[in-house]
Design a binder for this molecule. Structure first.
Ligand code: FE
Ligand code: FE
Ligand code: ZN
Length: 294
């Protein structure tokens, strides 16, 4: 085993193979960890957990030495815990995310990535109140040790969670802050305006305002757009405005050693780019035009 952090990618998990197929894929691609949605990312329809072939998947993981506790679940991005404009939607987000914690627990997964949501025009301050209430309600009475990892967002539309200041205001309002962490997304940080060429300074700001121990997951993506663009369009490693050298350095940052790194880069037609991206990131050596050989 190398000294580098665990590295994997977002992998599909759908019927009929579910978790067993995702695990098989992780094995084939040489991943140390991976992230999955418990159903379609864009909706909240979820199959019964008993159908998800968890035990079969666990055997595969065991054989390749991947611990389920290092895996990451991503909650669907349609739930919006940052707005109370429609009370029924707000309550749905709470109920859904409560179930998602239970599902993560059944997989032995310790970290769920959640998008903080959109203020829908009501402003960041009100969104902060809503989000704090939602998280308190989700965690009330919860007996698991699954962490809710709020993702740093690009600022597309009326998205909240685009700055460390936002999260620095959120944590002190929570009843159970120890159950809440952060997921840093490099594409989103870039698009939100953070200068990743000075990543040590970015981490120092995060450490000062929130605490580095809150970082539980990193999404390692290049970006199609310039810093500060607020676009949120992921690009393959080395093909975007962040570039391989900066992303490779982030992957090697000693302050993020214990955190799983997950690629969410686009497929090339219907081919997954992850094996090539993982090899380059592990070796630290970029292969120019690598996409052309896929
Ligand atoms: Fe995300
Ligand atoms: Fe992400
Ligand atoms: Zn994104």
């Amino acid at each position: 085993m190398s000294d580098l952090p665990l590295l994997g990618s977002h992998l599909p998990m759908s019927a009929p193979g579910y978790f067993a197929i995702a695990c098989e894929l992780a094995k084939t691609l040489g991943e140390d960890t991976f992230m999955f949605y418990t159903g379609a990312p864009q909706n909240s329809v979820r199959a019964d957990i008993a159908k998800m072939r968890i035990e079969e998947g666990m055997k595969i993981l065991d054989a390749v030495g991947i611990s389920p506790s290092s895996l990451v679940i991503h909650a669907p991005y349609i739930v919006n815990p940052a707005s109370r404009r429609k009370e029924e939607n707000f309550q749905f987000a709470i109920a859904f995310l409560k179930q998602e914690l239970a599902r993560a627990n059944a997989f032995g997964v310790k970290n769920i990535v959640v998008h903080p949501g959109s203020h829908l025009g009501d402003g960041e301050d009100y969104a902060l109140d809503c989000l704090a209430d939602a998280i308190d309600a989700i965690l009330e009475g919860d007996q698991t040790d699954v962490a809710i990892c709020l993702e740093t967002m690009a600022g597309k539309g009326k998205e909240v969670g685009t700055s460390f200041d936002f999260y620095a205001s959120l944590f002190p309002r929570l009843s159970r802050p120890e159950r809440v962490g952060l997921c840093l997304d490099t594409c989103h940080l870039n698009d939100a305006g953070y200068d990743l060429t000075h990543f040590d300074e970015v981490l120092a700001e995060l450490d000062f305002k929130i605490g580095l121990q809150k970082v539980k997951v990193v999404h390692l993506n290049d970006s199609k757009f310039e810093r500060g663009s607020h676009k949120d369009r992921h690009e393959n490693i080395g093909y975007g405005t962040i570039g391989f050298d900066v992303l490779s350095k982030i992957y090697r940052n000693p302050n993020l050693k214990g955190v799983p790194f997950v690629l969410e880069t686009p497929w090339i037609d219907d081919v997954m780019p992850y094996q090539q991206e993982i090899e380059m990131l592990r070796s630290g050596v970029y292969v120019p035009s690598w996409r052309e050989s896929l």
